[in-house]
Design a protein around this ligand. Structure first.
Ligand SMILES: [Zn+2]
Length: 234
């Protein structure tokens, strides 16, 4: 919560400085104030010169109820569906938009907000035409986010149906256990292990060696007893 509030304060400080709005809850020393005024002048100039805002200036000057000019700066009435403490959103000229999105997208601890949160943070204070599209595009193409983003479902291999066997010994796994087992009285030192994957029943057959003929003989005996299986895992 504290990190989020710090980042929020940083965002508000930066752009309220740009717009030269009095932020009574943010402390600025003299040097910061000097930069802020200069930034605010640049912002004001850019707002007046921005081609993408010409139609909004015209609407504000012709008495639009949505757009207002306050202190030489252009504002747009905050839509009712947006949660904000501000009645008006500051209209952002093109040259400042990229910096603003970057600031809102990356918080102070290096974390990166998703599209929804980045939009929410920006629209509570600012407006420009087609801002949602630009924010989405910025977040989607963010290099850091690309490196850590989880795989989308469509990028995963599709799930394959598996056949569920319902009869014992229809699906078996075969392995050999031994090498360090003690020699039995009958001369066996290995175990041919057959696991039923359906019932989990384990059948172990003692064998004296790992020769193919020995194993094949024991398997034939087993199949004669339990029937031929459909699936084998060796
Ligand atoms: Zn990012």
């Amino acid at each position: 919560m504290t990190e989020s509030r710090d980042a929020e304060t940083d965002l508000r400080r930066k752009f309220n400085e740009l717009a030269n709005i009095d932020m009574s809850d943010v402390h600025c020393d003299d040097s910061e104030q000097t930069n802020a005024l200069s930034d605010a002048d640049n912002f004001k100039l850019a707002q007046h010169q921005c081609k993408t805002l010409e139609h909004l200036w015209t609407r504000a000057r012709t008495g639009s109820s949505e757009l207002k000019i306050i202190g030489g700066l252009l504002y747009k009435k905050m839509p009712v569906n947006i949660t904000s403490i501000n009645e008006y959103a500051l209209v952002v000229p093109q040259v400042f938009r990229h910096e603003l999105i970057t600031l809102a997208h990356e918080n102070m601890t290096g974390g990166h907000m998703g599209c929804r949160k980045t939009k929410q943070r920006i629209e509570a204070y600012f407006f420009w035409p087609r801002m949602h599209k630009m924010i989405s595009s910025h977040v989607r193409s963010c290099h850091n986010c690309q490196l850590v983003k989880p795989l989308k479902v469509k990028e995963r291999q599709p799930l394959q149906p598996i056949t569920i066997r319902t009869h014992a010994w229809d699906d078996i796994s075969i392995d050999v256990l031994g090498g360090d087992l003690p020699l039995s009285i009958k001369g066996n030192k290995y175990l041919l292990v057959i696991l039923c994957n359906t019932s989990k029943f384990v059948h172990a057959i003692p064998i004296p060696n790992l020769r193919a003929q020995t194993i094949a003989t024991k398997l034939v005996d087993f199949f004669l007893l339990c029937g031929i299986s459909h699936d084998y895992t060796m």
